[in-house]
Ligand binder design. Structure first.
Ligand code: ZN
Length: 311
């Protein structure tokens, strides 16, 4: 990187504090695992959105071929204390969402659920057909007490690898082999509350009307590079449409850096996270919505923030 101040990473750094005891009052726990990877579970069921741990370096992504790193995947699953998994839910098939997803599905013999591209991707990795589950628009899957609904929404503007994965391939491969395919927004309905993971910063007017969520994990990837009008519409069609009371921004970290270091925002040339965060702070304050920057590895109760602690 050059010496221009715009190239410097912004000061947004998140460390992982020790996990507080006795905070899971609703019975549901959620763990942010970098980019848009979010682990959601209760006593009986464990579900993973995306699952991207290998995070190859920028030089490797730019000039070489990339693939899942099984050692890193195992370390990350262990650190997140994942011992069983009921499904991997694929938001879309870019490498920063789906590089490791089929491997994780295979480790736990769990279905990989997503677009036709996700199915083709899984096939290339060697997943058996019984674990490859295409999701129709608005289709709901039941896992224990969770109802999970995948809704088709567009990818954020500036798709780095547009199109679908039509032919199975086996990694390693160039990063552009992981084409976006159809993107999904993912809703979790549980007796304890409703949760929404919106993994790519874009929207279709009215598309998410009727889908409620107490808490939204909201992608802000490239949101800082969009117009104020775009951001306002994005807010209205996601957080406002869901009637959410809590927002946790995701996809704000530099995903070419490994997960064993504190997360940092990407360089300004790649994204403008500060501007997106300023927008969210302003918007949340105006509408009385709680804004929480999720900490890597830290399990939280996505529905328990307003309730008194019980130890
Ligand atoms: Zn993407």
């Amino acid at each position: 990187m050059g010496a221009h101040p715009d190239d410097a990473p912004c000061s947004l750094v998140v460390r992982s504090p020790p996990r507080p005891v006795g905070e899971f009052r609703s019975g549901v726990r959620a763990t942010f695992l970098g980019t848009s990877s979010v682990l959601v579970r209760d006593e009986k069921t464990t579900l993973l959105v995306d699952g991207f741990f290998s995070r190859p370096s920028l030089p490797r992504v730019a000039t070489g071929r990339i693939g899942p790193d099984r050692r890193i995947i195992d370390v990350c699953l262990s650190r997140a204390r994942v011992t069983a998994l009921d499904a991997v839910l694929c938001a879309h098939t870019h490498y920063d969402h789906a590089l490791d997803s089929p491997v994780i599905a295979q480790i736990f013999d769990a279905p990989l659920i997503g677009s036709e591209s996700a199915v083709t991707l899984g096939r290339g990795y060697g997943l058996p057909d019984r674990l490859l589950v295409p999701a129709g628009d608005g289709q709901t899957f039941v896992f224990g007490d969770f109802e999970v609904t995948l809704v088709r929404t567009p990818h954020s503007p500036g798709d780095i690898a547009p199109g679908g994965i039509d032919i199975p391939f086996t990694p390693p491969a160039r990063y552009k082999a992981w084409r976006s395919g159809q993107s999904h927004s993912i809703f979790f309905k549980h007796p304890a509350g409703t949760l929404h993971v919106h993994a790519s910063a874009n929207h279709i007017p009215g598309k998410l009307d009727g889908y409620r969520a107490d808490t939204v994990y909201l992608s802000i990837g490239r949101l800082g590079k969009q117009s104020e009008r775009f951001r306002e519409e994005y807010w209205r069609e996601t957080v406002h449409a869901a009637g959410a009371t809590t927002v946790l921004p995701v996809h704000w970290d530099d995903f070419t850096k490994p997960l064993d270091r504190p997360l940092v925002a990407p360089p300004y040339l790649m994204d403008d996270i500060e501007s997106a965060m300023e927008f969210l702070i302003r918007r949340c304050r105006r509408e009385g919505v709680a804004l929480e920057l999720p900490s890597l590895w830290q399990e939280t109760d996505p529905f328990g923030r307003s309730r008194p602690a019980r130890d």
